[in-house]
Ligand binder design. Structure first.
Ligand code: PLP
Length: 375
């Protein structure tokens, strides 16, 4: 059987978790949380990285930091995970969806400006499959209309746009360390903060609205309730698991990349004859092999292919149901302009098995079966 995903595990996690337990400090912001934060800061060169309980929660923090108020509008693609929208909906925002580009499935940067209204507060680009959105254009629009930019870089750890790590270009970047992502802690995430002035406020939001972080650093002699906030700090046990993986990030990256490249090579003949479409990586984007997807002709063909692969014990999956067509999407959002690609392309897309440790012979087997299907 070839599973779709196996959570990353390199072997050092047990030792680190045992160390966390032995240290008698298993709540948040201990040694392992700090080691993860420091690794993320040195890897991304951003002002601050704060480990969180999930990418969903990092995005909620970003929404609070952007001071999203009821009635504000937030622009994002409809082809994304529910959390991208929910984080802003919780603060009363209404979501304005725009179409994606068919080549990357990222928000079409050329359609954003027309969706801006006097109520627009933020743009939320989602770097699908760890391939960057066209950030120069997005930042230009944000500057022009004084909008905040929150990057959903859940899938983008170790990816870059023109040499800059994803999640560090906009005001805030949200990373995920869910078990389905390249680097994991079970459930977890990180908020990247670009501007120094926002660090203190972010620490307070993460620590239940208190200035406890300052207290722990010895900067104040008692901590107190200073603003709205919540509990977004992960436990040391989870951070220890992640720490082991971040230290070996390049090894995990290389392993995934070799699977990705092998898929690409073996499936290229099918794409050259026009049977399937392969993912595109635009110039200037360094991706992280988060996902390998192909596109079938249409929904019907994709369903048949999933079934065919499953009969060979290969597990492939489709992805997002466009948010604007979902019950909550209808309630909290609207689609600006025409849905030319979002629905159509999402119905064609099929994700193939991809995880750290996937064997080359398994990639070959999957590709052989896909080629057989099309014969
Ligand atoms: C995984 C994912 C999330 C949510 O991440 P969690 O850490 O599970 O909250 C959000 N957005 C995108 C694009 C994702 O892929």
């Amino acid at each position: 059987m070839i599973k779709f995903n196996i959570p990353p595990y390199i072997g050092k996690e047990n030792e680190y978790i045992a160390q966390a337990i032995a240290s008698r400090k298993i709540c948040g912001d201990g040694t392992f949380t700090q080691r993860c934060d420091q690794w993320l800061e040195s890897q991304t060169h951003t002002a601050k990285a704060l480990l969180t309980t999930s990418c969903t929660h990092a995005t909620e923090m970003a929404a609070l930091l952007c001071d999203i108020q009821p009635g504000d509008e937030v622009i994002m693609p409809s082809y994304t995970f529910v959390s991208t929208a929910n984080a802003f909906v919780l603060n009363g925002a209404s979501i304005v969806f725009v179409d994606v580009r068919p080549d990357t499935m990222n928000i079409d940067e050329k359609l954003i400006e027309a969706a801006v209204t006097p109520k627009t507060k933020a743009i939320v680009p989602v770097h699908y499959a760890g391939v960057a959105c066209e950030m120069d254009k997005i930042m230009e629009i944000a500057d022009k209309y004084s909008l905040k930019v929150v990057e959903d870089a859940a899938q983008g750890v170790m990816s870059e746009y023109k040499g800059r790590p994803l999640g560090t270009i906009g005001d805030y970047g949200c990373l995920s360390f869910h078990e389905t992502k390249n680097y994991s802690m079970g459930e977890g995430g990180c908020l990247l903060i670009r501007d120094k002035e926002m660090i203190e406020k972010a620490e307070i939001i993460r620590e239940k609205g208190t200035n406890r972080s300052k207290f722990f650093r010895g900067e104040i002699d008692k901590y107190t309730w200073v603003s709205a906030g919540s509990s977004y700090l992960p436990s040391e046990l989870n951070a220890a698991y992640l720490c082991a993986q971040l230290e070996q990030a390049q090894m995990i990256y290389d392993d995934r990349m070799s699977s990705w490249n092998l898929y690409y090579e073996l499936l290229s003949p099918l794409s050259e004859t026009g049977k399937i479409t392969l993912p595109a990586v635009p110039d200037g984007c360094k991706h992280n092999a988060h996902m390998f997807y192909i596109k079938a002709a249409d929904l019907e063909e994709r369903s048949a292919l999933i079934k065919y692969l499953k009969a060979q014990d290969i597990y492939s999956v489709f992805h997002y149901i466009p948010l604007h067509t979902a019950p909550a999407g209808l309630e909290y959002g609207r689609f600006h302009g025409e849905d030319i690609y979002t629905t159509k392309e999402s119905e064609r897309l099929l994700r193939l098995p991809m995880y750290y440790g996937l064997k080359p012979e398994d990639v070959r087997f999957v590709c052989d079966k896909i080629i057989q299907f099309y014969q």
